[in-house]
Design a binder for this molecule. Structure first.
Ligand SMILES: CC(C)(COP(=O)(O)OP(=O)(O)OC[C@H]1O[C@@H](n2cnc3c(N)ncnc32)[C@H](O)[C@@H]1OP(=O)(O)O)[C@@H](O)C(=O)NCCC(=O)NCCS
Length: 171
């Protein structure tokens, strides 16, 4: 099950799939997870029912809470907290088919997203592709982030905007 990992997870847990995962030391991965072709930094914890796709990168000392989806094109730096059920998006205008056939990777543009060091993404947030969430920023539960978030800012709502009194403001 863990054959392709560079390090084995630090914990035991049934029903987890790890395929070509570059694992740092001391990573804990819980049950019902699906990780493939991605990188997970040292000491990070991956909760139940999390999927991390090929091409995604998660730094060291992160907490990824249950039911979150981290797709190709997402880079999460060190010490980031991702709450429960956070959805990252990498295709702005998805379609099932192109010319009547199911779309392939050639048919759409991958949008890259970065979550900088020490930021937090609250539960149930959706992070649209192509944004940068600045270092130490706080994204409220249920937010839809459609623009960059300044370092240290607290944003919430749909679309996410700075909370009153939080500074600095979104650009
Ligand atoms: C965004 C957040 C950090 C704000 O906390 P705070 O700075 O203490 O703000 P307050 O609770 O004082 O709320 C300030 C205002 O923002 C609103 N607000 C707070 N969180 C909000 C959110 N997630 N979405 C929309 N509005 C929100 C409040 O209703 C309040 O509005 P009002 O002034 O009109 O009454 C926090 O509410 C939050 O969502 N944290 C994420 C928690 C989480 O997901 N944890 C995951 C693991 S348990």
């Amino acid at each position: 099950m863990d054959d392709a990992a560079t390090n084995a997870p630090v914990n035991e847990a049934p029903y987890r799939l790890l395929d070509e995962v570059d694992l740092g030391e001391g990573v804990a991965i819980y049950s019902f997870t699906n990780l493939y072709g991605c990188r997970i930094g040292a000491g990070t914890r991956i909760g139940t029912f999390v999927e991390v796709q090929r091409g995604a990168s998660i730094g060291a000392a992160c907490k990824i809470q249950s039911h979150s989806f981290i797709c190709d094109g997402v880079t999460i730096e060190d010490e980031v907290f991702v709450g429960h059920g956070v959805m990252f998006v990498n295709d702005k205008r998805p379609r099932a088919t192109a010319g009547g056939e199911l779309q392939t990777e050639e048919d759409w543009e991958l949008l890259e997203t970065v979550v900088e060091r020490g930021a937090t993404v609250g539960s149930g947030a959706t992070i649209l592709g192509g944004v940068r969430i600045g270092a130490g920023a706080m994204v409220g539960a249920g937010a839809v982030v459609s623009r960059d978030v300044e370092p240290g800012a607290t944003v919430a709502g749909v679309p996410a905007r700075p909370l009153r009194g939080s500074a600095p403001a979104l650009q």
